[in-house]
Unconditional design. Structure first.
Length: 254
């Protein structure tokens, strides 16, 4: 965490894959909202497929912008925590937290242990204050007016987003956190565009078998992340012990 851009390709890949594998959750959680946003288009816009697609893109650009802003905020908080608590130890702690959240997300998607649903309910208190802002923006007549509605949509309580934010918090700073959430948002983009344009057809993606398969894939990501962290901790301790021994030998003239 010493450099301005010390984020790893593995973290960015994990963020994108969490968004992509979480597609089934996105359809179940936000598919209805995406369909409602389509219904919120002005009649003259709905009749033109190109205009409708542009507005769906506007929604999603706004949504991903909110994710990036949230990522920047939690990335900054993670950086401040690491600075106050000691960089290396805090960095490992935050990375461990991110791995745990991926496991929780995997259990949530499979339905085996939906603990993240409780966090979504807590976030619902915030959403009740934010959601009325979106209603004032309807009907949507252009991508520019769709953008702020997408920004509001981005703050919908979602266990999938919370898991990605845990990755962003461990990323090393505000810029890195924003980048993590940008990649996460891009991972969710295909499903959300499909949900907005083909609402009834993409409902098949919420079938239990697909949800379990997606959850298992996310579980594997979490296990891999925690396994890599464990190897880094044990390897780092070994290297540190060797360095201390070498320094001791040097001081004694060996």
């Amino acid at each position: 965490m010493d450099g301005p851009m010390d984020i790893t390709l593995a973290t960015l890949s994990a963020a994108f894959l969490v968004g992509l594998f979480g597609t089934v959750h996105c359809i179940a959680m936000c598919g209805g909202i995406a369909g409602a946003l389509s219904a919120g288009l002005a009649p003259e816009v709905r009749q033109r497929s190109g205009a409708a697609l542009a507005c769906q893109l506007g929604y999603n650009v706004g949504r991903i912008a909110s994710y990036a802003l949230a990522g920047a905020l939690v990335g900054l908080l993670g950086r401040l925590f690491a600075t106050a608590a000691g960089l290396e130890g805090a960095r490992l702690l935050l990375q461990g937290l991110a791995g745990v959240f991926m496991l929780l997300l995997g259990f949530y998607l499979t339905g085996w242990w939906p603990l993240l649903a409780r966090l979504e309910r807590l976030g619902g208190h915030l959403w009740r204050h934010v959601e009325p802002l979106g209603r004032r923006l309807l009907p949507i007549r252009s991508p520019i007016t769709a953008l702020p509605l997408g920004v509001v949509w981005g703050w919908l309580p979602c266990g999938l987003v919370y898991s990605a934010l845990a990755l962003a918090m461990a990323s090393g700073g505000a810029l890195q956190g924003a980048l993590v959430m940008l990649l996460f948002g891009l991972g969710t983009l295909p499903s959300m565009l499909a949900a907005g344009l083909l609402t009834t057809r993409v409902r098949s993606l919420t079938r239990p078998g697909l949800r379990v398969a997606a959850g298992v894939l996310v579980l594997l990501l979490g296990v891999g992340s925690l396994g890599t962290l464990a190897m880094r901790v044990t390897g780092g301790g070994h290297v540190g012990h060797q360095a201390d021994s070498a320094e001791t030998m040097h001081q004694h003239g060996h």
